[in-house]
Write a protein that binds this ligand. Structure first.
Ligand code: PMP
Ligand code: GLN
Length: 378
């Protein structure tokens, strides 16, 4: 047998989007906007193409973009990342995550992940010979028992992967959660991989608790982010990671042979666009309005929910409707009711089924109205 990933099938995002297309269902499954990327940003990328940004970018990324990213960390978190040595532009957060894991995880190393976990984490650990140690979080709050985390840390723990705002649950970690993590990892060699792709999508006036805000955590953390989420263009696949020099230099040893560098005109266009901080600071309101519209419209449905605290996802509990398994129910809704969502059990290593489905509200208001009309009939 040649397979290094014998238990891995096709990602749920591909499966559900294909099913949505087949049945011409409203696709609120895979997370992507169904409205256009900003014209101004598109024009800036076109300008970059017309102004000669058509050959390889520097391996670590276009310098204007790394400077814009460094400025953002100063502005939002008063945190310094050196653009030359501590920031690398990647082909989306997915490549950053994979490359971080392959640069550090050795066979039999343990990587603690919180379930439900975004689906690229576990296979990336496994294909590199590592072992994931899942910690199960449960609906509706998905809160962390820090004693349990302490009990799972061993001499083999190489890395802890965290994700706030959290996909798929739409929950966020508090300052206290971050302090607990900092306390548990202090004086260890554990690397923290903080997936912050939804940092600019957080609601109700809450502040994003970036790993860079905590002095000791920052020294052991990679932070990953994705412009696809921030600038409504998931198809461009541009993201980045930042980390202290001693970690980033190891990351780049792998990155240079994994991808070398990523799409140059898109990087330059994004760098120019980010000169105006409103381009990313305005997102919270933009998505909070969409969340509120969606939740107001489905308030009278039979689905139960706690409002999403961040991300552009809302989980809905359907336990009052049926006791079907979530994967079966998600597929039936797509075929019979023409609305596609993502079942959460696929993000749990043990398959735990809390009877919740995830719906993406990065959609036009018109789509959200149509979706809510369907959901109210179920
Ligand atoms: N992490 C999380 C939590 C995500 O939701 C996503 C995108 N769905 C990614 C990473 C990957 O981001 P990208 O599309 O930039 O590769
Ligand atoms: N991140 C997106 C989501 O959670 C999906 C990305 C993908 O399809 N791989 O829906």
């Amino acid at each position: 047998h040649h397979s290094k990933l014998p238990n891995v099938g096709t990602t749920i995002f591909t499966v559900m989007s294909a099913l949505a297309n087949k049945h011409q269902a409203l696709n609120l499954s895979q997370g992507f906007p169904n409205y256009p990327s900003s014209q101004k940003l598109n024009d800036l990328v076109t300008n970059a193409m017309n102004n000669g940004y058509n050959q390889y970018a520097p391996m670590a990324g276009n310098l204007d973009l790394r400077l814009a990213i460094a400025n953002k960390y100063q502005l939002l978190y008063k945190s310094t990342y050196h653009p030359e040595k501590e920031i690398t532009v990647t082909a989306g957060a997915t490549q950053a995550i994979y490359t971080i894991i392959s640069a550090f995880v050795r066979p039999n190393d343990e990587v603690i992940i919180f379930n439900p976990a975004y689906d690229c984490y576990e296979p990336a650990v496994e294909v590199n010979g590592g072992k994931t140690i899942p910690i199960q979080l449960s609906a509706p709050n998905y809160s962390v028992e820090w004693n349990e985390v302490a009990s799972k840390i061993t001499s083999k723990t190489k890395m802890i992967m965290i994700n706030s705002p959290h996909n798929p649950s739409g929950t966020i970690w508090s300052k206290d959660d971050m302090l607990q993590l900092q306390k548990l990892t202090k004086n260890t060699n554990i690397i923290v991989l903080s997936d912050e792709v939804y940092e600019h999508i957080i609601f109700d006036g809450e502040a994003h608790q970036s790993a860079c805000l905590f002095e000791d955590l920052k020294l052991r953390s990679f932070i990953t982010a994705s412009f696809g989420k921030t600038f409504h263009n998931t198809g461009w696949k541009i993201g980045y990671c930042c980390a202290p020099d001693y970690l980033m230099s190891e990351f780049r040893k792998v990155h240079q042979f994994n991808v070398f560098s990523v799409n140059h005109p898109a990087q330059k266009g994004i760098a120019d666009y980010m000169q105006d901080a409103e381009t990313y600071l305005g997102l919270n309101n933009f998505f909070q309005q969409k969340r509120d519209l969606f939740l107001n419209l489905i308030a009278k449905s039979r689905f139960k929910f706690t409002p999403s605290q961040g991300t552009y996802f809302q989980v809905l509990d359907y336990s009052q409707i049926t006791d079907e398994h979530d994967v079966e129910f998600a597929k039936r809704l797509t075929k019979e009711f023409k609305i596609a969502s993502i079942p959460l059990s696929v993000f749990n290593e043990n398959g735990k089924d809390d009877k919740v489905l995830r719906f993406c509200f990065a959609k036009t208001d018109e789509t959200l109205v149509k979706a809510s009309e369907i959901l109210c009939k179920i």
